[in-house]
Design a protein around this ligand. Sequence first.
Ligand SMILES: CC(C)(COP(=O)(O)OP(=O)(O)OC[C@H]1O[C@@H](n2cnc3c(N)ncnc32)[C@H](O)[C@@H]1OP(=O)(O)O)[C@@H](O)C(=O)NCCC(=O)NCCS
Length: 286
Amino acid sequence: MTLSLSRMTADDVDIAAAIALAAYGRPYSRHDIRRYLALQPDGWLMARIDDAPAGIGGITAYGHHAVVGLMATHPDFQRRGIATSVLGTLLAYADAWGVRAVALDATEEGAGLYRRHGFVQVDRTVVWGLTGSPVARRAQRSAQTVVAEGAGTTELAAIAALDAEVFGANRARLMARLLEEGPGRACVVRDRAGQASAYAVAQGSRVGPAAAGSAADGAALLDAVLKLHFNEPPRILVPERNHLAAAVLQARGFVRQRSTRYMVRGSATALGNRSHLLGLASFGLG
Ligand SMILES: CC(C)(COP(=O)(O)OP(=O)(O)OC[C@H]1O[C@@H](n2cnc3c(N)ncnc32)[C@H](O)[C@@H]1OP(=O)(O)O)[C@@H](O)C(=O)NCCC(=O)NCCS
């Protein structure tokens, strides 16, 4: 049995999605995988045992901060050291790139592997799902709040700046891509003076990335974003440390579905302000 690692390419997306489905027991969006490859073409790996595709994983760097995602080994090939080898290689990339902090969201199955590589749990990430149509809320915007609904690339600078403050790294490239993919699928909260204070992007079946520093901003954002069309009832991936989010989400018909362990290797202080992060872009992108 020979284990080999090679760079994942666009030709591997279907195989990667099949491995993820077999490992996680639920479909993984091909669209997300293609986006991962586009953002960090040199960060995604396919592990093979002899010639058989067996495991996957990858990393996206945003300057000094990186996120590991899509770690999965096909059940036929688990417990042979594949994920250990994939993760070791990804962390060597991070070191070579000068990354100071690597974050990820771990399942219970994966947590031991990450602990052995120096990751420490610092929070959880909760998956909230809408069970039916969003509960319509009467707009309760304060007199100081204006929501730019259906914002597009003209709002990129404001969105990227808010995101950098809350996420702790510059993700302008990701924000630009999301706004190009979904024109008119972002909302920005501004005060009457025009200062942006919160933003959310609507993906096909997910709300996020999103950031809001107050319950009022979070509520205004969600009310605006939930008017948009989604392919299926949307989910939102919310840091548990965001204590304002639960009440705002529950009031709009979201229920808590599951959670993962948010783990960090390296300098946790470099990681922004998760209490104001309302929604991740995806597990793989943070
Ligand atoms: C988590 C996951 C990626 C691990 O993949 P894997 O390739 O089986 O991982 P490894 O083989 O490197 O390590 C897994 C275990 O096998 C052990 N192992 C490694 N090589 C071994 C070998 N040759 N013989 C026996 N055991 C071995 C490891 O010590 C580890 O043990 P532990 O978890 O009890 O500490 C895989 O279980 C998976 O895909 N799970 C479902 C999806 C998921 O949860 N992904 C993680 C998302 S964060």
